[in-house]
Design a protein around this ligand. Structure first.
Ligand code: FES
Length: 157
């Protein structure tokens, strides 16, 4: 049996694993598009499945919906994105994703140590942040903020 070229919202939800309500939300945010039938029912092209997967994966690594929408806006709307289209998109995000991975690795590795938050609750704090000297630099976990700033991820604190 041939695969349908257009999907109903229920078919898209079933194949993507995303609830119909979430798909409606994505559409309202401009992340995906549909056409309406004569009976005012939504129909999605098959490449919408890939767009939804892209949105879900991007969200899972902490990328905002606005940033995702901006990225998707670079893909063609009137035709199915080609392999080259997706390659260009992934290349443009590579540096950002590398920086996020680095920041997550830092968080994983440093969370058992003093992060300079001002709590002075670990035995290491007296050495790493005596008398909360790092608090002079500003609010928040200063040692993590310094590394996040160095990693280059915008708003990564
Ligand atoms: S962990 Fe909070 S000041 Fe050290």
């Amino acid at each position: 049996m041939p695969m349908p070229q257009e999907l109903t919202v229920g078919q898209l939800a079933a194949r993507s694993g995303v609830a119909v309500s979430a798909l409606h939300f994505y559409e309202a945010k401009g992340l995906i598009r549909s056409r309406r039938t004569a009976g005012n029912q939504r129909r999605y092209t098959r490449d919408t499945i890939r767009r939804v997967a892209f949105v879900r994966l991007s969200q899972s690594v902490g990328i905002s919906l606005n940033a995702i929408a901006g990225a998707l806006a670079t893909l063609p709307e009137e035709r199915t994105p080609t392999r080259e289209d997706w390659a260009a998109l992934s290349a443009s995000w590579r540096a950002d994703l590398d920086a996020r991975i680095s920041a997550l690795e830092q968080l994983r590795d440093d969370l058992s140590d003093c992060i300079g938050c001002g709590c002075l609750s670990l035995d290491r704090c007296a050495l790493a942040n005596p008398r909360d000297e790092l608090g002079q630099e500003g609010p928040g976990p200063r040692r993590l903020i310094a590394k996040a700033t160095a990693c280059g991820v915008p708003d990564c604190t």
